[in-house]
Design a protein around this ligand. Structure first.
Ligand code: ARG
Length: 447
């Protein structure tokens, strides 16, 4: 059964049908589609457009369809163009002519707009839960590693010492902002398009606020043309997902570096590593690499929808059917990425000794050595030059600043005393960084 056979005298060309259909992917929306229909029918009865008996027959039919689809006893018949036709046709098959009243005062345009909003709203909740789980793992690790020293980098060169808690804390913040971005998107999308009809509303006395309320929306959308044309919430959602992936990808890159032979800061658990078919010694960070790799895929879906939408006149155009597969794939990419990343992080072993040793090499305490002089009255710029000279001496001698004899210090600047060694010890360098957000402040309980 087609929803629109009346004015046609020919069958659709088979290739055209296949090109046009969306059931193969929008069948994912069946729960949302049926929930929307149920709310619509309740509203129609409340408004006296359907009788209570008609309402109850339709609701029973829709419930049956939903349960049968969930149980797998009803399958999506590929003769139907999309999920909307599929459900409606099945309803008519089940309950007879009364089923034909379901579509009163409604169009597939407002229907699909509703279905996607409901779907994305639920997925935002799911993704937020996964993000929260990742943040919980991060919070536990931060607690455990308040005093785990490591080098902080700029330009991937050792810069200043910090702690693992501090480094992980940076990601904790990023994922926190990701959560709040998702919450913003959910809040903004939470207006119900149902009742907008094809584009210009309808002559039936619909109570759109009632439908909105039944479906858990804050309000009904204000403009019916906007209701069926709006995909900006999806763009927002895809950009939220892109940013989540960007954060995961940067973190993955660090995991890959830290797990490398050169760094050896961490060791990934066997459960989250893979081997090589030729090199028996290998244990590869494939999960992190794939998360990094799949990031491009999610960016691609954002880009695709931006381009799809950019030239569309109001209101609905079939181009907009292209909003779905990319969004679904982005969701299917982000969810396992988050969950696997969380598992990988929770099970990896941090090699504190290697990290601390690395923090001591590479002159990460040079800034603190300069600050030592500043605290004794030397202007910072001069102190910077003096320490630069001392670093050069160390490089020539193949030693660290801690190992350089006091005489060498004094030869360049007489202000140095024995307490320089205490001032540039790894612990001092970190613990004295007490500004808000710095690693020393994080060592204090409660930070
Ligand atoms: N499958 C369509 C979509 O995803 C549903 C809306 C169809 N509306 C129409 N006027 N043909 O966008």
């Amino acid at each position: 059964m087609k929803l629109w056979g009346g004015r046609f005298t020919k069958q659709t060309d088979a290739l055209a049908f296949a090109f046009n259909e969306s059931l193969s992917f929008d069948q994912r929306l069946y729960r949302q589609d049926i929930a929307g229909s149920m709310a619509h029918v309740r509203m129609l009865a409340k408004q006296g457009i359907l009788t209570e008996d008609e309402r109850d027959q339709i609701l029973a039919g829709l419930t049956g369809i939903r349960d049968d689809l969930a149980a797998g006893t009803l399958t999506f018949d590929p003769q139907y163009e999309d999920i909307h036709s599929c459900v409606e046709a099945n309803l008519i098959e089940r309950i007879g002519d009364v089923g034909k009243k379901l579509h009163t005062g409604r169009s597939r345009n407002d229907q699909v707009a509703l279905d996607m909003k409901l779907y994305i709203r639920a997925e935002i909740e799911d993704i937020s839960t996964r993000l929260t789980e990742l943040r919980e793992v991060l919070a536990d690790l931060m607690e455990e590693h308040r005093e785990t020293y490591m080098p902080g980098f700029t330009h991937l060169q050792k810069a200043q010492p910090t702690t693992l808690a501090h480094h992980l804390g940076a990601y904790y913040e990023m994922f926190g902002r990701d959560l709040s971005r998702l919450a913003d998107t959910a809040r903004r999308l939470n207006e119900c398009p149902l009742g907008a009809g094809a584009l210009a509303g309808t002559t039936y006395p619909l109570d759109r606020d009632y439908t909105a309320q039944l479906l858990g929306f804050d309000a009904a959308t204000a403009n019916s043309m906007d209701s069926v044309s709006d995909r900006d919430y999806l763009l927002e959602f895809l950009s939220d997902l892109s940013i989540i992936m960007m954060h995961l990808s940067r973190f993955s890159e660090e995991i890959i570096l830290w797990n490398s032979n050169e760094y050896q800061f961490i060791e990934l658990d066997d459960a989250y590593s893979t081997g090589s078919s030729i090199m028996p010694q290998k244990k590869n960070p494939d999960i992190a690499e794939l998360v990094r790799g799949k990031t491009g895929r999610v960016y691609g879906h954002l880009m695709q929808l931006l381009v799809t939408m950019k030239g569309l006149p109001l209101a609905y155009n079939k181009d907009m059917q292209e909003d779905k597969e990319g969004a679904f794939d982005a969701i299917d990419t982000v969810k396992p990425s988050l969950t696997l990343f969380t598992g990988m992080l929770a099970t990896c072993r941090f090699r504190k000794d290697v990290m601390a040793k690395s923090a001591m090499n590479g002159f990460t305490n040079a800034t603190d050595a300069a600050d030592y002089l500043v605290n004794r009255g030397v202007p910072f710029r001069d102190a910077h030059g003096i320490i630069g000279q001392l670093v050069l001496t160390c490089i020539e001698r193949g030693c660290s600043l801690e190992e350089l004899p006091l005489a060498e210090y004094k030869a360049i600047c007489p202000v140095f005393e024995e307490d320089i060694y205490e001032a540039i010890s790894l612990e001092t360098c970190v613990k004295k960084r007490m500004t808000k957000g710095a690693p020393g402040a994080m060592m204090q309980a409660g930070n």
